[in-house]
Write a protein that binds this ligand. Structure first.
Ligand code: RUQ
Ligand code: CUA
Length: 662
């Protein structure tokens, strides 16, 4: 996004600096109508109407807001470690961040895709993309936890991802950077880009019942940059549309060299056809390496498997599977309307919005109305597939969402506004300024067959004077507008975490009824669990010391541990015995080089600790769990390497649950 901002800023500067400034309202002025406060006010103890799942961009996480209040409800750790929750620090969660490059504790999460059934959000899972080390994550919406992460081979920059088909058959992943394929010799001069660099789009299947992901197939594509995508729906179900830029196939100074051609492409992929080819054995097996990480909720732990093969279908060789629609000037957003008939391309350097017709596209394919070929793929004639152009909508169109009344809402980065237009007539009916430089926007249900409408939320890239200053960096700003009337109305600004790109909002009732309250202790299959105080113990295995610890309001068992020596690694396996909603216990030990554990009711989590000096080390519960939370503490003694202090542990109790082994 940053280089993209630069391009657009240069571009806008070229147009007119005066003009750009003219479009940015000065100061903190904003046209907020009198009843705005009442429209976003959610009284204490009341719930918001929508959950909004918002990507964290370079924070690598996903955050959850209530809409219309804009209240932050949760940050879900996905691709980045999160010391607050011990994610990526506990032994159980570390494998979630494993990749073919080893442990990668960070990524850049841009896009959100909520699972769908028949083109309607079903509230089961939310998917997010890792942009940098290409990955897709699935979050389980019963627990709001990352359940699975799959790495994407043959990809460099997983931006065009994860976009979902109408029955969650697939989430897709298009590579932003084309690269030499993983199984080839990658040690080639960069200026051999045109001959050696290729693109891929991947179709990752999602199991109907479990949600488990698998790379069903990849399609080998010309070496362009894939940007965004949307699935067809209704009549266009079975197709996926990707935007791409750099059809010039430049490998340097893209801001100039990838803006030479008048048009790039919307890539239309007939994935039903791809499935036929796959069945007919037309795919080629390719050896690659990618991590597939799953979190087992019963074992309360993740495993990471390195997979070694993908099946690749070649777009050059297999006819009738991929077509190109010319799209003006470096397309970014590529969005399909609720009927599935219209495909909206957004050339970020174009001064209009082209809207393509799916019906016309099929006709053009049937009649072979091609203007030529690009890298062996037929290019359809622009005029033959065009429904029409939205004229003079604004500058720098990026993304489009839809409401339930036949209107589209497009974000304009350069002119800093949302423009509402009629999908059929292409007539602009309203526009509102955003503060400032909007990227994505989100209408609840906006990318689905059934938009819920009501609001549009702007995710702005630049904040400037909207909030109290906080040094050189300011929180990114989101803005909530009502779209219930003919005119959009600004209701609320709220700060966000990281740099939100996309967000998807969904009615609260589709999720809250399934929300899990505890993990059942009797179902805990973590091999290191202590399912009751009487199982608490400390065991030495060579230089590993395993502490099987329990926590319940307001003590740890054991809370006095001796016999640890320098050179040992201590594993604290802490089982939270609580069976009450919202009673996690935390665990932290002085000098630990990682983070705390935050253990949910019924769960077991493990902290590894390598003491680096002798002495007494306190540990305590970090989550205020009861009136005697501050008493929830203990000590562990570390002796010199050769010491003869034997392992001993206990709570000092004298009843039957006491397990002092001295
Ligand atoms: S992008 S601001 Cu990373 Cu979705 Cu368009
Ligand atoms: Cu347990 Cu505080």
């Amino acid at each position: 996004m940053r280089s993209f901002i630069k391009t657009l800023l240069l571009f806008s500067a070229a147009i007119s600096i005066v003009w750009l400034q003219g479009c940015k309202p000065k100061g903190t002025q904003s046209a907020v109508s009198g009843d705005a406060a009442a429209k976003v006010y959610v009284a204490p103890g009341k719930y918001d109407e929508f959950y909004s799942f918002t990507s964290g961009g370079f924070s690598g996480q996903m955050s959850v807001y209530g809409i219309p209040s804009g209240r932050l409800l949760r940050v879900i750790p996905v691709f980045s470690v999160d010391p607050e929750k011990g994610y990526g620090y506990s032994e159980e969660t570390k494998p979630m961040l494993n990749t073919s490059h080893g442990f990668v504790p960070w990524d850049d999460l841009h896009h959100i895709a909520l699972s769908e059934t028949d083109g309607i959000q079903d509230g089961r899972w939310v998917f997010g993309n890792g942009n940098n080390t290409p990955r897709i994550a699935r979050i389980d919406l019963r627990t709001f936890r990352t359940a699975e992460i799959i790495e994407i081979p043959n990809s460099g920059g997983n931006h065009s991802s994860p976009f979902i088909t109408e029955n969650s058959e697939y989430v897709v992943a298009g590579t932003r950077f084309s690269i030499p394929m993983d199984n080839s010799n990658g040690d080639v001069p960069i200026n051999t880009y045109k001959s050696n660099f290729k693109g891929t789009v991947s179709f990752i299947s999602v199991d109907k019942t479990t949600g488990n992901m698998n790379i069903a197939f990849q399609i080998l594509m010309p070496g362009v940059n894939f940007d965004l995508a949307r699935a067809g729906k209704g009549k266009s179900h079975g197709w996926m549309f990707f935007s791409c830029y750099n059809s010039e196939r430049a490998n340097t100074l893209l801001e100039v060299n990838a803006s030479q051609k008048d048009k790039d492409f919307i890539v239309a992929v007939n994935w039903k056809k791809a499935e036929e080819y796959l069945k007919a054995g037309k795919g080629k097996k390719q050896s690659v390496k990618y991590a597939h990480n799953t979190y087992n909720e019963k074992k309360h732990s993740a495993t990471s498997v390195i997979e070694t093969e993908v099946t690749v279908l070649d777009s050059k060789e297999l006819a009738d599977m991929v077509y190109l629609m010319p799209c003006p000037k470096s397309p970014h957003g590529c969005d399909t309307d609720p009927t599935g008939e219209y495909i909206v391309g957004s050339g970020k350097l174009a001064a209009m919005i082209p809207v393509f017709s799916f019906t016309k596209m099929l006709q053009a394919i049937a009649n072979k109305t091609f203007e030529g070929e690009y890298e062996g793929i037929p290019v359809l004639k622009y005029d033959a597939v065009l429904h029409g152009e939205v004229k003079k909508p604004g500058l720098g169109p990026l993304h489009t969402e839809f409401d339930d009344k036949g209107f589209a809402y497009t974000s304009f980065f350069v002119s800093s506004e949302i423009v509402k237009w009629n999908v059929k007539t292409l007539e602009v009916v309203d526009r509102v300024p955003t503060y400032y430089s909007i990227g994505h926007l989100s209408v609840p249900g906006g990318p689905t067959k059934k938009p819920w409408g009501k609001y549009v939320i702007a995710y702005n890239k630049i904040t400037k004077d909207r909030y109290l200053p906080t040094g050189p960096e300011l929180a990114q700003s989101a803005q909530l507008y009502s779209i219930e009337g003919d005119k959009m109305k600004l209701l609320l600004d709220f700060p966000t975490i990281g740099e939100p790109h996309y967000a998807e909002a969904i009615p609260a009732e589709l999720i809250m009824k399934n929300s899990q309250k505890i993990y059942k202790i009797e179902e805990n299959q973590n091999p290191f669990a202590a399912l009751g105080d009487k199982y608490a113990r400390v065991e030495r295995q060579g230089n590993e010391v395993h502490v099987y610890m329990t926590s319940i309001r307001s003590h740890f068992t054991p809370d006095n541990i001796e016999g640890v020596k320098m050179g040992d690694i201590v594993y604290f396996h802490v089982t939270n015995l609580e069976q009450d909603w919202d009673v996690p216990h935390g665990f932290a030990v002085k000098g630990a080089n990682n983070a705390e554990l935050l253990i949910m009711p019924g769960e077991t989590q493990t902290l590894a600790w390598k003491p680096e000096r002798i002495g007494i080390f306190p540990f305590y519960c970090t989550d205020f769990c009861s009136a005697l939370h501050q008493e929830m503490q203990g000590y562990i003694r570390v002796s010199p390497a050769g010491s003869n202090v034997a392992i001993s542990f206990g709570t000092g109790k004298t009843d039957s649950t006491a397990i002092a082994a001295k």
